[in-house]
Ligand binder design. Structure first.
Ligand code: PLP
Length: 379
């Protein structure tokens, strides 16, 4: 099997499996809110996990909240910030290439009467500096929402330049940054990043599904999304789960090591695939300077879903962002927003790698593409 669908989700690592075993022992399974000594043990373990997670991300423990997924983190950050800071402004800036976890929150805010201003995005998948200046210049911007690495193309946001512009032109604007596809693939130090709120997802870094993290910089006030018993400083009620938090931490520890070495290997795989696929007439849609872990490619003569299923015959797994419903063919809104024509976008397939993929797999992939062209391409 060749699994090139790691941006959708990753397989669970051995260290996460071991941690799950350890943290489901009876001795640590009491309610962390309980007053007896078993409860004390559970909360100690939980707070230890929180401290270590914070330290690996360059944050303070009180800035880290465990959630069920990055979608929950995004909802809490975006809705919570706007709900709590009503006098901060009536506008939000973002792009139309964000993940749905952000876009749907922005639609929700628009229905409440907020003005959502979308910046123009270039062929490189990055918002243009001019449109950032223009939209900030209109004033009243409470919040800016961006993604550090785009999940469909791997486009890397020039975040340093963007946050510098925001801080210079509109210092009161808070910044929410989706770091889901960046985690473990590029160094992230929240203490110097310049974002006020960030989201992370466990299942993208070889943890199990059901765990995410929300970072809220100290001093930034947001309303909680989930109300209840006041756990996690009232930011996210619900009985704390040392198991899920521990799974996230075990995965984070693993991907925090050897980031540069993994990146160099994936760079080689990506360059090889770009070259071989281009020679066969496929169009590379990921920008040249994208993070190499994502390679979006359009195969002429094969609609996305057709190619996905052809590859599946060879036990190769990729994903498509174009899906056919009964009547309507959906094409990636991210690619269209970047200016890719509809026909090319309709043939786009996303290959996404983890640090565990190898060059041998990439070579095998190319062999299978050749076989698919031979067998199925109508000439
Ligand atoms: N943001 C990005 C960029 C993603 O790729 C994803 C997952 O596809 C999410 C957010 C949502 O993550 P989760 O599945 O943890 O809710």
């Amino acid at each position: 099997m060749i699994y090139f669908d790691n941006s959708a989700t990753t397989f669970v690592s051995d260290s996460v499996r071991a941690k799950l075993q350890e943290l489901t022992e009876d001795s640590v399974s009491a309610n962390p809110g309980a007053l007896h000594k078993l409860g004390n043990r559970a909360i100690e373990v939980y707070e230890g996990i929180r401290r270590e997670t914070a330290s690996l991300l360059g944050a303070k423990p009180e800035e880290i909240f465990f959630t069920s997924c990055a979608t929950e983190s995004a909802n809490t950050a975006i809705k919570g910030y706007m709900s709590r800071n009503k006098r901060a402004g009536n506008a939000v800036i973002s792009t139309r290439t964000e993940h749905k976890a952000t876009l749907e929150c922005l639609d929700y805010l628009a229905k409440l009467g907020y003005e959502i201003r979308y910046l123009k995005v270039g062929m490189d998948g990055k918002p243009t500096a001019e449109s950032l200046e223009e939209e900030l210049g209109k004033g009243d911007v409470a919040l800016a929402c961006f993604t550090l690495v785009n999940n469909e193309t791997g486009a890397v946001l020039p975040f340093e330049a963007i946050s510098k512009t925001i801080k210079a032109k509109s210092p009161s604007t808070a910044i929410y940054l989706d770091c889901v596809q960046a985690l473990g693939k590029m160094p992230i130090d929240l203490s110097s990043l310049g974002a006020d709120m960030c989201s992370f997802s466990g299942h993208k870094i070889h943890s199990i599904k059901g765990n995410g993290v929300l970072y809220v910089r100290k001093g930034v006030r947001i309303d909680p999304l989930i109300l209840g018993g006041g756990q996690q400083d009232g930011m996210r009620s619900g009985t704390q789960s040392p198991v899920l938090a521990g799974a996230f931490l075990a995965a984070l520890k693993e991907v925090s090591e050897g980031i540069a070495e993994s990146r160099a290997r994936i760079d080689e795989i990506n360059s090889y695939l770009r070259k071989e696929l281009s020679e066969r007439g496929a169009k590379i849609l990921s920008p040249d300077d994208a993070l190499p872990y994502v390679l979006n490619v359009s195969f002429e003569g094969f609609e996305s879903e057709t190619m996905l299923h052809c590859l599946e015959i060879y036990d190769i797994y990729v994903s498509t962002v174009s899906a056919c419903s009964a009547k309507q063919k959906k094409v990636s809104y991210v690619l269209l927003e970047m200016g890719v024509d509809r026909k090319t976008a309709a043939n786009a397939v996303r290959l996404s790698f983890s640090r565990h993929n190898t060059m041998d797999e990439a070579k095998e992939f190319i062999k299978c593409v050749d076989a698919i062209y031979d067998q199925f391409l109508v000439k």
